[in-house]
Design a protein around this ligand. Structure first.
Ligand code: INI
Length: 153
């Protein structure tokens, strides 16, 4: 059996982070984790780009422009959507996740979803650099693997 797997080397990879300002107390921690993961896996600081957008809803359009630009190897969405009294958060999560997946399929550029979807502040804290790790870091590791496996297909 031929097995194809992606290495976890980010050497030479150009990564773009699209970061929402909404709930920035969490998203800035996700960005820190994302940058840390990229650098620790061999990326160069000059090859990393952070683009800030107002909220999670605005991430897909910026992600699409970046993916189509030909200037990045992967796009990583970083946001924090926290449930409120209405279904607003759920609607954002569903539509944004769908849009990000669609952009990846249309452009062939991996678009990774590093948006924390939390029921409450505690869950958001846990996923932004405490008990449950840092979703920004984890998503960048997944992006590196995805780029490297896709290059072999
Ligand atoms: N945006 C977020 O990034 N997280 C949230 O939790 C959130 N909630 O709950 O409302 C949120 N709303 C703003 C939204 O992303 C857009 O910026 C806004 O609707 C304008 O399009």
């Amino acid at each position: 059996m031929n097995e194809i797997t992606g290495q976890l080397s980010a050497k030479g990879l150009r990564l773009a982070f699209v970061v929402s300002r909404f709930n920035s107390i969490f998203t800035e921690q996700l960005l820190k984790g994302a940058r840390d993961a990229a650098l620790r896996h061999g990326a160069e600081e000059a090859d990393l780009t952070a683009v800030r957008v107002p909220g999670a809803n605005e991430i897909p359009l910026a992600a699409a422009k970046l993916a189509r630009s030909g200037r990045v190897d992967a796009v990583i969405a970083l946001g924090a959507v926290i449930d409120g009294a209405t279904d607003h958060a759920m609607l954002i999560n569903t539509s944004v996740a769908r849009a990000l997946a669609q952009i990846g399929l249309e452009t062939g550029v991996p678009v990774l979803n590093g948006i924390v979807c939390a029921h409450n502040l505690d869950q958001a804290i846990e996923r932004s650099g405490s008990k449950a790790g840092n979703k920004g870091f984890d998503t960048v590791v997944a992006a590196i693997e995805a780029v490297n496996v896709l290059r072999q297909l």
